[in-house]
Write a protein that binds this ligand. Structure first.
Ligand code: NDP
Length: 311
């Protein structure tokens, strides 16, 4: 009997590391680049990152779409998504990498590193007495798979840590807030705001001029989820006016960030090229394989995305 096929597509990630990490877990599945598939009816699973329009139509017997990453906004926004379970990666190393990046960003602002970098450029010894972590309020917007881990990491450092989601959460050391009404009061008290929301119709453009005006004056802003959640010109304006004191930005409305963006030249802004966290084949393979086995056995899959909800 011919084996089921997992078809891989990504213009960004190399195929071989994924094939080599998955193969030992899936002896009954043939793992091929999508362009090398000659019998599309055998394709039961796709592992994909931003496949081209019409990609799925080739595969009439698909049983599951696996998004090669945590952010599914591009996938669920398509109008050609097949009616099969859609799952995302849940990779412990990806979570750790993201939590580490968020902690770095929070510490960058909490320890006023942008101020010292500026002073250094001017050969100026400019002492500022460090604040206690407990006196610094950090708000993490989005407490999903990655957001929760990041909030826990921030809380472990002793910050006054708050989180915001659609539903209440029980996370050790993190004060839970939820729902639209809770957002502005939280922003008004946070010294550092970390955006970890998924990009959905409900969050696109959410952090606009009006919401930025609700931030505590001089607050720091960290965005590690999606640039389109923020009205970027409004953020530039808030940084210029000092309403937002500093920022660490890993994601942008347009990527690569255009050379003409004023964000590049702002001394208190750190720009990084969308690398807060990446999927790692070795640590993600077991979870992908477990989901493929589950589908094959007719059992429920884990890390399922709700395309209607958008995450
Ligand atoms: P999840 O999809 O697991 O969780 C999303 C969280 O956001 C949930 O807590 C959800 O609330 C909350 N949320 C969604 N919509 C709203 C809303 N309208 N109002 C309030 N809360 C809302 O996301 P992850 O934590 O796994 O990842 C977050 C994002 O990080 C990804 O979507 C992706 O875009 C980005 N990312 C960025 C990377 C990078 O390198 N920069 C790498 C990987 C991911 P509830 O729990 O109540 O449903």
């Amino acid at each position: 009997m011919s084996r089921d096929i997992l078809a891989f597509y990504s213009a960004f990630d190399p195929f071989e590391p994924w094939r080599d990490a998955l193969a030992p877990h899936l002896p009954d599945v043939e793992i091929l680049r999508a362009e090398d598939v000659t019998e599309p009816e055998r394709v039961r699973f796709t592992l994909v990152w931003k496949p081209p329009a019409g990609f799925f139509a080739r595969f009439p017997n698909l049983a599951m779409v696996i998004n090669l990453g945590a952010g599914v906004d591009q996938l669920v926004a398509r109008d050609d998504l097949p009616d099969v379970p859609v799952t995302r990666l849940s990779d412990p190393e990806m979570g750790r990498m993201m939590a580490g990046f968020v902690l770095f960003s929070v510490l960058r602002h909490a320890r006023e590193i942008p101020h010292f970098e500026q002073a250094q450029r001017e050969s100026r010894w400019s002492y500022r007495h460090p604040k206690r972590a407990a006196d610094i309020c950090v708000a993490v917007l989005g407490l999903g798979e990655l957001g929760r881990l990041a909030a826990e990491e921030v809380a472990r450092q002793g910050f006054d840590t708050h989180g915001w989601a659609t539903r209440p959460k029980d996370i050790a050391g993190v004060v839970s807030h939820h729902g639209p009404e809770a957002l502005r009061p939280l922003l008004a008290r946070a010294d550092i705001v970390v955006c970890m929301l998924p990009l959905t119709p409900g969050t696109r453009g959410m952090i606009d001029a009006g919401l930025l005006a609700a931030f505590k004056p001089g607050a720091a802003f960290v965005n590690v989820s999606r640039g389109e959640i923020v009205d970027e010109p409004a953020l530039v304006g808030a940084l210029e006016s000092g309403r937002i004191g500093s920022a660490t930005l890993d994601v942008f409305a347009a990527e690569p960030l255009p050379e003409t963006s004023p964000l590049w030249q702002m001394p208190r802004v750190l720009v990084t090229p969308h690398l807060a966290s990446v999927a790692i084949p070795e640590s993600a393979a077991a979870q992908i394989a477990a989901n493929i086995r589950a589908i094959t056995e007719g059992a429920p899959v884990a890390n399922r995305v709700d395309p209607a909800r958008g995450y």
